[in-house]
Design a protein around this ligand. Sequence first.
Ligand code: UD1
Length: 426
Amino acid sequence: MDVIKVEGGHPITGEVTVEGAKNSALKLMAATLMAKGVSTLTNVPDIADVHVMGKVLKNLGATIEVVNEHELKIDTTNVDSWETPYDLVVQMRASTAVLGPLLSRFGKAVVAMPGGCNIGARKIDMHILGLEALGVEFKIDHGNIHASAPHGIHGATVTLAFASVGATENLMMASVFAKGSTTIDNAAREPEIVDLANLLNEMGADIKGAGSPVIEINGVSELHPVTHAVVGDRIEAGTFLAIGALCGEPVKVKGFDPRHLGLVLKKYEQMGIRVERGSRECTCWREGPILPADIQTLPFPGFPTDMQAQTMCLLSLCQGSCVITENVFENRFMLASELNRMGADITIEGHHAIVHGVPAFSGAQVKSPDLRGGAALVMAGLVADGETVVSAIHHIDRGYEGFVPKLVSLGAKAERDTLPDLDHEI
Ligand code: UD1
């Protein structure tokens, strides 16, 4: 059983540089399927989810050369399959990002139906409804989604019921070669959507409006491979800035655009956190107590659900009480009971978490509930009394490259360890 052990109370300060964004890299990798030849992606994070997407592409017939850990040369010339099986989708839901590119390239795709995951049911009905409007027909059997466009993909106006990141991306990729023009209304506006549209436009697509609620795609006949650098990871950056805010001494984070954390940083200022913004870097520290602030997660430019756990950790030590409302995923408060094991006082009422600030965390054995929740537990361990042992760290490995070494470089006393599994003999 792999764990991260953290001894609390060591001064944390210094500088870290974040990697490229997980949520962008995965979709850019999928998009290379649409341009036959060798595309090069740089600034790709070396994380478990990227390895799974690599397996997905190789399973379809692509070859991938990894240069210096962070550069992928993806050759999609010989891709000859349009099927992504369950054993890959079950490892990572984002494998479904190949649906749009495969429809674009082959006019058909078979992708295993993703199940729910730790943070919620995560349906894909909006992907399906939107693609149907573009002329795609669906049949679902034996746990697989069979998609085909027997009469070709044609432009249409699709209004999303919710600004879904995944649905916006799949629709954008499926409509690049469509006959005529497509409009995605109530599109997601995340920086990773903009990064994907930039890549596709560099490849020769005609996409306008990415980053706004209305995206227009005029169909083109082909794309060509390119070299593209993945946008900096705003969530990894936010995690380290939250660590500076929690521990108190300045933590400078480089390699991302602080405007991508606009509302997070504004909220942190309301919480008494000092924030210094640069063009490609940002520093957070604290001179007084953490002040309570109500938070509600929303699609970009709202407060990101992917920063909710780290912020819950921070607010657990606030001077007063506040409410965190989770509007994006229905099951993203599992961290609360683990933080309560460390002395926090958090009550869950539906999609609201009522946080009563406590003076300190007490080190304990805790279990990562999911990716961001796992990082938040390690973060709590940095200021806890005594040792904290965080298990189920495969969640953290999905999205953070070198999390422990980066913390150690900031002064943390933290290490990975392998503990013997308990013998469950009955
Ligand atoms: C992406 C990110 C994830 C982030 C989330 C919201 C990746 C790999 N993951 O996930 O880190 O937390 O955006 O910013 O990029 N929904 C439906 N039907 C659909 C699609 C979505 O009901 O067809 C619901 C989901 O269950 C969820 C909400 O809409 O409750 C938002 O989902 P979505 O924006 O699609 O998130 P993902 O793309 O899965």
